[in-house]
Ligand binder design. Sequence first.
Ligand code: AMP
Ligand code: FE
Ligand code: FE
Ligand code: ZN
Length: 288
Amino acid sequence: MIDLHTHSRVSDGSETPGRVVELAAEAGCSAMALTDHDSLAGLEEAGRVAARLGVRLVPGCEVSCRKPAPPPGAPRIEGSVHVLVYFVEPGDGPLQNELVKLRGDRAVRNRELAARLEELGTGITYDDVLAEAGDEGGIGRPHFARALVKAGAVEDIDDAFDRYLADGRPGYVPKARLDPPDVARLAHESGGVAVLAHPLSTGLSPQHLERMVAELAEGGLDGIEAVYSSYSPDQRSVLRRIASRNGLVATGGSDFHGSFKPGLFVGTGRGDLNVPDDLLDTLEGRRG
Ligand code: AMP
Ligand code: FE
Ligand code: FE
Ligand code: ZN
């Protein structure tokens, strides 16, 4: 079993990178990818623990993208487009340098978002949000959501997004985004591969999704995440077929965020995830 989608405190997970690797080992994973948002900063710590426990650590990250133009016949893409990158090591390189810029822009966005929420009278400050996160560069909207809950400004995390943080709500402040083909190109230039995360988050019907995926495959995409914690067996089969028809690797992962997404476990997701080991070789075959 492997898990190709996990988050740590380096972005919006609750556990340290080392702890995520321990959980992978405990679950019986032979390999796991740490895929923090816009950051490779957890990989060193994760790598040390992985070496000790005999788990293969796949370096990774998850990049929030600009939405592509809707495929013919489809309405606007309502949902989100996230691309997972694998096999890109920390250090210098085309993708790595772009991640530094994205983190910088995120930091600016976070200050603006905090100011906006203060203006809106929610009673929270930047420091309240920082207290929820590991460090400044790792702050994301989930941290704002938790600060809003703690301040009593909203009932729960969903309420925080519905009332303030979601796109179109009064607290929404956009951040810099890359186009998916640019992520794919930068990933390859940096020795890695690119995979569309949780494809159903786009909100597209299977037919429209397949058109979008076909387009992205032309643009250098290597795979789509078919085996995902919240997807039913039928949805996973649909996504596997879309992958195979378009010459893409069907990958899988839990999207573990620790206590910030309760009920999700490394390796097994909601209990029924079991991504086969050999998928990693197939994915690695797409490098370069
Ligand atoms: P950011 O990258 O800071 O804009 O935050 C994006 C993250 O917020 C995503 O990765 C999700 O984990 C979370 N998120 C986005 N929309 C929602 C929502 N409607 N409800 C709960 N979490 C959300
Ligand atoms: Fe997240
Ligand atoms: Fe995501
Ligand atoms: Zn994720």
